[in-house]
Ligand binder design. Structure first.
Ligand SMILES: C[S@@+](CC[C@H](N)C(=O)[O-])C[C@H]1O[C@@H](n2cnc3c(N)ncnc32)[C@H](O)[C@@H]1O
Length: 326
């Protein structure tokens, strides 16, 4: 974020509408987000500066018709103007946008049922489904290593949902957890895990099945990572409802933060929404910015039918019980 952007965030934090308007007039970018992962609008909303929220929402053209090019075909939403209660409107808006995205499409437009019955294709740098959509790609390795580091802070018992290419699991193993449980639902991915020796590791327990169907086999963990494919946003939300049972006191939870990865604005809305929902469940979310621009040349996407990530920064979520952090 440039200097004017930072000044706009500061004006938003101070609820200084006149200053915010003047910065916007002189070209400050309303949609960019600063090192805390927040846009000026989010700063204003967080601190309850109603007039600043109104001014910034209008500059972002939130009211009116919104076309979501994330979905295929694009979804058009008619939004009522933000009036009266902008803070509430922000959450409602976020819910409306992302709820619609979630109901209209599943991640990468793939339905879980189809995906689980389809063949998958493994290569050195990616795992693809039968429509050449990437289930997992090697460029994510540094991200997976960072996720592993976060959830293995206390080592102990670790749970990972979704094996994919095993990048996060390979990184988790380096922390020598006491137990390392992996849930995987795709038969071919599961068979490959066994083929490459994951079934023979002393501390590894593999549970084959959709996480939704194997909950009774799960225990409580010190660290949990969640990264599935072909599921709705609602599935992630459902998983979060199980966190109080699955995560031990003091434990750390993280998930692949990829929804709306082609559009900065919607991605930020999504980050905010998921953080709010986790907060309602009693968890704080810290979003750690990781620069991914350098891992993502055009070459990376050769042969892949859909670029699922196009942003320069990835925000790695680290979630902990609010009670324990305070
Ligand atoms: C994006 S990949 C995970 C990549 C992994 N984090 C890595 O580091 O390689 C998603 C994986 O989740 C699995 N999966 C999809 N839906 C699932 C579900 N409901 N329960 C468990 N696993 C699921 C997929 O078969 C796939 O192997």
């Amino acid at each position: 974020m440039d200097r004017e952007g930072e000044q706009l965030c500061e004006a938003a934090r101070n609820g200084d509408v006149a200053k915010a308007k003047s910065l916007i007039e002189s070209g400050a970018d309303v949609s960019s987000f600063n090192r805390d992962g927040l846009t000026p609008l989010m700063h204003a909303a967080k601190l309850g500066h109603t007039d600043a929220v109104k001014a910034l929402s209008l500059r972002l053209a939130l009211p009116g018709t919104l076309f979501l090019h994330l979905t295929n075909p694009p979804v058009s939403l008619q939004l009522t103007p933000v009036t009266g209660k902008p803070l509430k409107s922000f959450s409602v808006l976020a819910e409306l946008i992302l709820g619609t995205v979630a109901r209209k499409t599943k991640r990468n437009g793939v339905s879980e049922g189809d995906y689980l019955e389809d063949r998958v294709n493994f290569s050195e740098d990616k795992l693809m489904d039968s429509d050449s959509k990437a289930v997992m790609m090697a460029w994510e390795k540094p991200l997976m290593e960072a996720h592993a580091k976060a959830v293995c802070t206390g080592s102990g018992n670790i749970l990972n949902v979704g094996f994919g290419m095993g990048l996060v699991d390979t990184a988790i193993q380096q922390y020598g957890p006491v137990t390392h449980t992996i849930v995987e639902s795709h038969r071919e991915v599961y068979e490959r895990m066994l083929q490459i020796g994951w079934g023979k590791k002393d501390n590894v327990k593999i549970i084959f099945g959709r996480w939704q169907n194997v909950l009774s086999q799960l225990e409580s963990y010190d660290g949990i990572f969640f990264d599935t494919y072909g599921e709705y946003y609602e599935d992630l939300r459902d998983f979060h409802r199980h966190l109080p049972k699955l995560l031990k006191p003091g434990g750390i939870y993280s998930f692949f933060n990829g929804l709306c990865g082609g559009n900065t604005f919607f991605h930020v809305v999504y980050c905010r929404l998921v953080s709010l929902e986790l907060e309602n469940l009693g968890y704080s979310t810290q979003l750690i910015p990781l620069h991914v621009k350098d891992c993502l040349g055009e070459k990376v996407w050769r042969g892949v039918s859909q670029k699922y990530w196009q942003l320069d920064t990835y925000y790695l979520p680290v979630c902990q019980s609010i009670q324990e952090t305070s």
